[in-house]
Design a protein around this ligand. Structure first.
Ligand code: IMP
Ligand code: MG
Length: 181
């Protein structure tokens, strides 16, 4: 796996610090609220597992699965709900936890669907943000790191379902997906 990585963007230690900082902010902002953290499968699972333990206020969790990319590296623009939430959103302060905000299409669609269910509030927390790639106007309320326009894997993020178990976030060598160096 390691040999397919061009450059480490966020080391294990940097990720720990980033997540701890996000956890502090979220704990401050959600004191006295009714926090429900929703993780968008599968990419945000590792982030979610760490982030929820960095949050010091009571919270509930749930999971949702949508498809936006299929298996490749470019967005198709098609977003489909594969697995919906188990919890009804009314009365909850919803925090959507994402791995990466890229074109923004996935979250744009999700926000529309979720806000129609009338949660008390709704915010976005993304580990990574690639603002250069945005195609729809959307911004995260909490963002771990802004990264350049490159395809990254690890810490939950995949290419063809591979590399999710890398403990760091790294740039995938373009030769792996037939791109240019
Ligand atoms: P968006 O709809 O273009 O914002 O895409 C968001 C989703 O695309 C993320 O939740 C990821 O699953 C996937 N994605 C976008 N960029 C990358 C990347 O660099 N590496 C791995 N997955 C990515
Ligand atoms: Mg993916």
């Amino acid at each position: 796996m390691q040999e397919d990585i061009k450059e480490v963007l966020l080391s294990r230690e940097q990720l720990q610090e980033t997540v701890a900082e996000l956890g502090r902010k979220i704990s401050e902002d959600y004191r006295g609220k009714n926090l429900l953290m929703v993780s968008v499968l599968k990419g945000s699972v590792v982030f979610m597992a760490d982030l929820m333990r960095a949050v010091e206020v009571p919270c509930r969790i749930d999971f949702m699965s949508v498809s936006s990319y299929g298996a490749g590296v470019k967005t198709s623009g098609v977003v489909k709900i594969i697995k919906d939430l188990d919890i009804a959103l009314e009365g909850f302060d919803l925090l959507v936890v994402e791995d990466i905000l890229d074109s923004g299409k996935t979250l744009h669609y999700l926000l529309e669907v979720l806000s129609a269910r009338r949660p008390k509030s709704i915010r976005i927390c993304t580990l990574l943000d690639k603002p250069d790639r945005r195609q729809v106007p959307i911004a995260a309320d909490y963002s771990g790191a802004v990264i350049p326009d490159a395809f990254v894997v690890g810490y939950g993020l995949d290419y063809h379902e591979k590399y999710r178990n890398l403990p760091y976030v790294g740039i995938l060598k373009p030769s792996v997906y037939g791109g240019e160096e």
